[in-house]
Design a protein around this ligand. Structure first.
Ligand SMILES: C=C(O[C@H]1C=CC=C(C(=O)O)[C@@H]1O)C(=O)O
Length: 466
């Protein structure tokens, strides 16, 4: 730390510790400083060496990345339908009591809670997801934020009564120094070799699709999203910063995220924004309706035109747009939706895309919107409760955090959540990958199976499967 900043830091820390001693009440201290360029993946690597749980976020459409180390504060409430409201209440209580020293107010600086939810709080948890509860948020001890070419470091520390000022100061300075190691990140040190690739019950998955199409013929259910799992085994433990770097380098227009719990790390590169809030501005996007990329520019354009004109895809897309619109109307004013979707292109796929913009009402928060939006018909189906019940009773997979909201909120009233698609649960030398498809009455199991194969491709390729 430069001298002037060092003085500021020690003065702020001392004042915060004084207030904790006076009130005899623990309090979160948060200090943000602007720093010189610092390598994000090296920060994550160092955090791993220090056995800090790691978090990572890279925006799909902005120059914005955050890497977190440690859990200064953890928020986790019981698995229930109103978990969103409870997380929101805990988050507000935490902020109310925090001592925040942050003159910048940039997104992702100050007190930031990163985390996520499981897909369905009512589905019993299996061993696969034992380290991931129904919801978990953490305020990292150290956050390296890269935004619009600038770098910030935030230090968060829960101060307890009777702690020694010198001990705390020294602890924070030592970790800060170690994490901000300026060495260049060497990502070619750990080449992963895949020893086995196992598709989990693909034939049963196709049978479930048949069952779903039959149910839809005889009930009011219009759409059910069904997902499946592929399990990989490697010759050694997978390296999280490496995987993240490859995802960021190869998956343009996608949110790249990671959340580590114990020995497991859930990560992915998802194209789907759930909701973004900046002050009162709210943006949600609908992404549903899928086609592959073409091999040439002409073929790509022909496929995009076909996707745009295709009634099945347009219908599927429209379900989602209507649902997002009505949810936004419940919590916002000035909701605007374009008349027609656009086609957005990703590495291996193209999707129909519609942005929905609005203004947040004063008494609502990003968590209220998440509670209304999740699961969108792109992940659950329509009508929502019937589709969810079908998934709960028939899908073999424990989705865990796959297909659910993952993201962050900060003390500047900014926040963003994506839908955790195109993702994998890394468990040292093993990984589970997930992909699903929207099933409608006339869906053909074999084509849906092929579609999941395309959706799995980007993650398989960064994990070393050709
Ligand atoms: C469920 C997934 O994708 C959803 C999101 C976009 C398009 C979809 C589709 O076209 O089927 C799916 O609803 C997945 O990628 O695992």
């Amino acid at each position: 730390m430069m001298e002037v900043k060092e003085k500021q830091f020690t003065a702020d820390l001392e004042a915060a510790m004084q207030s904790v001693q006076t009130d005899q009440q623990e309090r979160l201290f948060s200090y943000t400083e602007k720093i010189n360029q610092a390598p994000l993946y090296r920060f994550l690597e160092k955090a791993g060496e220090l056995t800090f749980p790691r978090t990572f976020w890279s925006s799909a459409d902005e120059d914005f990345q955050m890497a977190g180390a440690g859990h200064a504060v953890e928020l986790s409430v019981e698995a229930s339908k109103n978990r969103y409201q409870q997380v929101e209440a805990d988050w507000n209580a935490l902020l109310k009591n925090a001592v925040i020293s942050n003159p910048y107010h940039m997104s992702g600086t100050g007190v930031v809670a990163m985390g996520g939810f499981s897909f369905d709080p009512l589905k019993p948890r299996t061993k696969l997801w034992e380290n991931f509860p129904s919801n978990h948020f953490s305020v990292p001890n150290y956050i390296l934020t890269h935004t619009n070419g600038n770098y910030y470091l935030t230090i968060n520390r829960l101060l307890l009564p009777r702690e020694e000022y010198e001990t705390v100061r020294e602890e924070l300075q030592t970790y800060r120094h170690t994490l901000l190691d300026s060495a260049v990140y060497q990502d070619n040190n750990h080449v992963l070799r895949v020893l086995s690739k196992r598709e989990i019950a693909p034939e049963q998955w196709k049978e479930t699709i048949k069952k779903a199409t039959n149910v839809m013929k005889n009930t009011a259910i219009d759409k059910i999203v069904l997902a499946r799992e592929v399990r990989l085994r490697f010759h050694q433990s997978a390296n999280v910063p490496d995987i993240l770097k490859r995802l960021v380098d190869t998956q343009s227009n996608s949110y790249v995220f990671a959340y580590e719990m114990g020995e497991d790390c859930f990560l992915g590169a998802t194209p789907e924004r759930l909701v973004k809030v900046k002050g009162e501005d709210v943006l949600s996007t609908c992404l549903a309706g899928t086609a592959p990329r073409g091999k040439t520019m002409e073929e790509d354009e022909t496929i995009a035109n076909h996707l745009f004109e295709d009634p099945k895809n347009r219908e599927e897309h429209d379900y989602v747009v209507q649902m997002i619109r009505s949810t936004m109307e419940a919590y916002c004013t000035d909701v605007t939706v374009p008349d027609e979707p656009a086609v957005h292109q990703y590495k291996t796929l193209q999707h129909l895309y519609t942005p929905v913009r609005a203004k947040l009402q004063k008494n609502h928060h990003i968590f209220s919107i998440i509670s209304g939006l999740h699961p969108t018909p792109a992940l659950g189906g329509t009508p929502r409760e019937d589709a969810l019940a079908f998934i709960r009773d028939n899908e073999l997979l424990d989705r865990g955090w796959y297909g659910a909201p993952i993201g962050w909120v900060d003390s500047n009233k900014h926040g963003e959540f994506a839908v955790a698609l195109r993702s994998a649960l890394i468990q040292q030398d093993e990984a589970s990958l997930f992909a699903g498809c929207g099933i409608v009455e006339d869906s053909i199991p074999e084509s849906e199976y092929e579609e999941t194969k395309i959706k799995l491709m980007p993650m398989l390729s960064v994990l070393g499967v050709d």
